[in-house]
Design a protein around this ligand. Structure first.
Ligand SMILES: *Cc1c(COP(=O)(O)O)cnc(C)c1O
Length: 429
């Protein structure tokens, strides 16, 4: 690292010891970072190739208003997503408001009263509990007469194949598999593991629809769940595939019939994919997808850097310093509220936006403890941008993710470390 860089870190209140400590850790990460760059190279080419094959043109970057009939940009982008994910079709729209909405859309449109939804890999993401009706909620699947069953993971985090076999019955219509661990402590599943689970389910009941919640997983590997048998692969555009540029949106890539069902539910029976103006977001959707492989690579490097720093300092980290990665989330357990708060304040202090504000724990709706969140994002709530959050309750862990560039992710982690040192929680000596 050159002298000017050391100096600017010091100017930004990171001590030379912290900078040097970070660089020492990085010396041992070269091979892993090379592998991440290899994956990014492949995925970058996959995206460009899809854009070329779909003949993306300047006109695609413009938007439509009103009904949005014959929206060239929207229709072409959906073909690009279908090519990238190797699926028959895709639905990619600003009218899909977030990841939860995309997942709810996929479920509501492909299930009918009397059907059963099965989660073969334990509890789904918190917000889906209300979608399904695990927690009573207005408009849930349960209210529409769709039942739900869940098979817990085994003690060691693997799939309970016997339990899954006995849970599948004549009503089972759709199986939902969440790739990322979310706010749980289980490991994130690899795409290959998900493929084995899908094959097992289809072997028992071939006509069951397999949906994968792909949030935070896109472009981390060279294959996606759609490459290993998923009928629907679903995610949010303010995470990986939006590349930090998409200001809103979600996607469903999958089998023609599943996507068609989702389109008729999103707009209306009879209208489907034909309506839905793209307004002004198309160029951000295209450019974001174009950047997504390298943005994801930067976030991944940040997660691995953080794991190595905090594991070395004696804190439990999930995934650990050497594990393979299947999403961009890093959990660090500090064991005290002060640790969680100091970490989040460091992340906030590294932000390009709102770096001067100091996050405080607050009573967030839907949570049983106070939560502290650090985010200084260009797109509100975007968690492909550098962000962290932690519930103020045992085991006092923070969940850290994102960073649109690797140098920004590095700055954030060094800032978090400096903050922990400044608060007397950590010492490098
Ligand atoms: C973020 C996330 C969701 C929900 O996405 P929102 O955009 O926050 O609604 C669902 N599942 C997983 C695994 C996620 O990480």
């Amino acid at each position: 690292m050159n002298e000017k860089t050391y100096k600017i870190y010091a100017d930004m209140n990171i001590s030379p010891e912290v900078t040097a400590f970070g660089n020492e850790i990085l010396d041992n990460l070269k091979d892993r970072f090379d592998k991440i760059d290899d994956t990014a190279e492949y995925n970058q080419l996959k995206v460009i190739n899809a854009m070329q094959e779909c003949r993306v043109s300047e006109a695609c970057l413009l938007g439509t208003t009103g009904y949005g009939y014959n929206d060239l940009g929207r229709d072409t982008l959906e073909s690009v997503y279908a090519k990238v994910f190797h699926t028959e079709d895709a639905l990619v729209r600003p009218q899909i408001t977030c990841g939860t909405h995309a997942l709810a859309l996929a479920l509501f449109s492909n299930l009918r009263p009397g059907d059963e939804l099965l989660s073969p890999a334990g509890k789904p993401y918190d917000t889906l509990e209300e979608v399904i009706g695990i927690r009573p909620s207005k408009g849930s699947l349960k209210e529409y007469g769709i039942s739900y069953r869940q098979v817990e993971l085994l003690e060691d985090g693997s799939f309970d194949y016997d339990g899954i076999r006995s849970a599948i019955n004549e009503k089972t219509r759709l199986v939902t598999i969440q790739r990322s661990k979310g706010y749980q402590t289980r490991p994130t599943f690899s795409v290959e593991q998900i493929g084995r689970l899908i094959a097992f389910v289809k072997d028992i009941k071939p006509d069951v629809i397999c949906m994968v919640d792909n949030c935070y997983g896109e472009f981390v590997e060279t294959i996606e769940p759609s490459d290993v048998g998923a009928d629907m692969t679903v995610g949010s555009l303010i995470k990986n595939p939006g590349g930090g540029l998409a200001p809103i949106g979600g996607y469903i890539a999958g089998a023609k019939e599943c996507v068609e069902n989702a389109a008729y539910r999103l707009t209306s029976p009879g209208l489907g994919k034909e309506v839905g103006a793209s307004l002004g977001v198309m160029s951000a959707f295209y450019q974001g997808l174009f950047l997504a492989p390298t943005v994801t690579a930067g976030a991944l490097k940040g997660a691995i850097f953080a794991a190595n720093i905090y594991e070395k300092l004696g804190f439990p980290v999930i995934p650990n310093a050497v594990e393979e990665r299947h999403d961009i989330i890093q959990a660090v357990t500090f064991g005290t509220p002060e640790g969680v708060i100091a970490f989040c304040r460091g992340i906030q202090a590294a932000a390009p936006v709102d770096s001067h504000v100091s996050p405080e724990p607050w009573d967030m709706p839907g949570y049983d403890a106070q939560v502290i969140m650090a985010a200084g994002a260009f797109v509100s709530g975007s968690s492909i941008e550098l962000s962290a959050d932690g519930p103020i309750k045992p085991p006092y862990a923070v969940y850290f993710q994102g960073g649109l560039t690797w140098p920004h992710a590095k700055l954030g982690i060094l800032k978090s470390l400096q903050s922990l040192i400044d608060h007397g929680i950590v010492s490098l000596l």
